[in-house]
Ligand binder design. Structure first.
Ligand SMILES: [Mg+2]
Length: 245
């Protein structure tokens, strides 16, 4: 292992955004819950079964927005028309619900701002100082704005986010395609790249893509689940990998 806490031969690090670089995972979870509980209440009245933390972990976290809507609804045997990306936030369609969630998310972000995890930023700076290349790999269509707001755009050589994935037709996590595209853009074989992720779907993507090292970032006390989904190592923050430095 190197003093970056990575196996020898790793040349690039691929970082998820929400929950790894920024403290936005909880904001996403809250916006999803608000949206789904509103929808389910509208549909089933007071007998509705609320959207739970386990639903978030299993069906939504890390996925592109529309996939998250569809996957959770399928778990409750609910099918809605697809609609289109420009559907208004009150449309009862997959994209309408996704846009409703995004509007709630942006409201929350605007109200509270976005904070970074300083340990992750410190780790990324250390990685770059050693000559490794870095990418941000996020399902979020708001990735670029979020990175700008924490002044961290310059820390990544490559950005594969929801916007780029849509342009290139890349399926999102748990499929490995967005991580593979980032490694490809960096000119590094997957076996020479490390993935940093906090979502179960991100672990699945890391394993499916044959990446050299998959680091689970556990902000929520669910290390066992991250290991079960393919983590090589689970840390509570990437800075732990730097040891005492
Ligand atoms: Mg995440």
């Amino acid at each position: 292992m190197t003093d970056l806490g990575l196996p020898d031969g790793i040349l690039a690090c691929l970082f998820d955004l929400d929950g790894v670089v920024t403290r936005t995972a909880a904001v996403h979870a809250a916006a999803w819950k608000q949206m789904f509980d509103g929808f389910l209440h509208e549909r089933d009245g007071d007998a509705f079964r609320p959207f739970t933390d386990a639903d978030y972990d299993e069906f939504v976290d890390g996925l592109p927005r529309a996939d998250g809507v569809r996957t959770f609804l399928a778990s409750r045997d609910i099918t809605l028309p697809e609609g289109g990306p420009d559907d208004p936030a009150d449309a009862r369609t997959v994209h309408g619900l996704g846009n409703r969630k995004n509007a709630l998310l942006l409201e929350r972000i605007r109200a509270g701002g976005v904070a970074a995890y300083d340990g992750t930023l410190r780790y990324i700076e250390a990685v770059r100082a050693r000559g490794l290349r870095t990418a941000i790999v996020s399902s979020s269509a708001n990735c670029r704005d979020v990175l700008r707001s924490i002044r961290a755009e310059h820390l990544f050589d490559v950005r594969i986010d929801g916007v780029v994935a849509a342009e290139r037709g890349l399926p999102g996590k748990p499929r490995p395609d967005t991580f593979l595209a980032a490694a490809g853009d960096l000119g590094v074989a997957p076996s020479r790249a490390a993935v940093f992720e906090d979502a179960l779907a991100g672990m699945d993507a890391g394993r499916a893509g044959g990446f050299g090292y998959v680091v689970g970032v556990d902000r929520a006390g669910r290390a066992d689940a991250l290991y079960a989904h393919g983590a090589d190592l689970v840390v509570s923050d990437p800075a732990e990998l730097l040891g005492d430095r």
